[in-house]
Design a protein around this ligand. Structure first.
Ligand code: 1GP
Length: 266
């Protein structure tokens, strides 16, 4: 069978190597909360502000037609990659550029760890959709993702547990590891925990959940995060149709992350 080209993975790795970090903006394709009409402008603002690509995924409501329409709307606002970040089988479509083929390793339910993926895998391979394997580690309080995937959340201030799971991910051969605080979490995962994991683990580290300010994003990059994910931050501005502020904040976040990564090289 034809080999996957891995263009999106290569794009992200190049950004991490050359720019020092990447940033992904998360869109929840939930028809109950996402307005498709405002998406192109939101995406344009994030693109101009410097985000590296768009993640599309959520843990709750799914409508495949709506998911496809969300991806089409995103693609009118950016030429950067659109990567699926599915919470279940219904979050998979061939319209995206790549798929985080993820497993929440600290789930207590093997349906979420491997069975859902097994059901989807043959069709994903037949489509030729690029996959980036991702160990998805959900920290306390866990949020909706943690509840739905039935995880035993990793304590935020127990770096040794985070290191153990992230190292297991690396030894299993996952492309990347995602340290997730949960969408809308009051605080991101502590930078000390990110630092401890990054010192031990060699695969790229993604982190997200509760990252609200440019300073928080920069501190996580300084601590060793390779990819920063933000979603909730822009919702209040989106509700007001304030796309100028979205671009401004994204751009400030980009500049802060860039400075942090440059300071790290010295
Ligand atoms: C959720 O980590 C992401 O998977 C984004 O979290 O919505 O809190 O930015 P926020």
């Amino acid at each position: 069978m034809e080999a996957q080209t891995g263009k999106v993975k290569e794009y992200l790795i190049n950004l991490i190597t050359e720019q020092g970090f990447a940033h992904l903006s998360l869109i929840d394709p939930d028809p109950l909360k996402t307005d498709i009409k405002t998406l192109p402008k939101l995406i344009q603002a994030l693109d101009k502000g410097g985000t590296s690509g768009i993640l599309v995924g959520g843990s709750t409501a799914f409508d495949r037609d709506f998911l496809d329409a969300v991806i089409e709307a995103i693609k009118t606002g950016t030429s950067k990659p659109v990567i699926l970040f599915p919470g279940n089988i219904a979050g998979v479509t061939k319209k995206a550029d790549a798929l985080f083929f993820l497993s929440p390793l600290n789930s207590t339910n093997h349906y979420y760890i491997v069975r859902a993926q097994a059901i989807a895998a043959p069709i994903i391979k037949m489509w030729g959709l690029e996959t980036i394997s991702l160990a998805y580690l959900i920290f306390e309080p866990g949020g909706t993702a943690g509840y739905v995937a039935e995880v035993q959340p990793i304590p935020k201030k127990k770096p040794e547990i985070a290191i153990a799971f992230a190292t297991a991910a690396e030894l299993f051969g996952f492309d990347m590891v995602y340290l997730e605080a949960g969408s809308g979490a009051p605080e991101p995962i502590p930078k000390e925990t990110i630092y401890a994991v990054s010192k031990f683990v060699d695969i790229p580290i993604i982190t997200g959940g509760g990252i609200k300010t440019p300073t928080q994003a920069a501190e996580l990059v300084a601590a060793g995060a390779d990819i920063i994910v933000q979603g909730t931050k822009y919702e209040e501005y989106l509700a007001r149709g304030d796309f100028a502020s979205i671009e401004k904040i994204m751009s400030e976040t980009f500049v802060a992350m860039k400075k942090a990564s440059e300071a790290k090289k010295k």
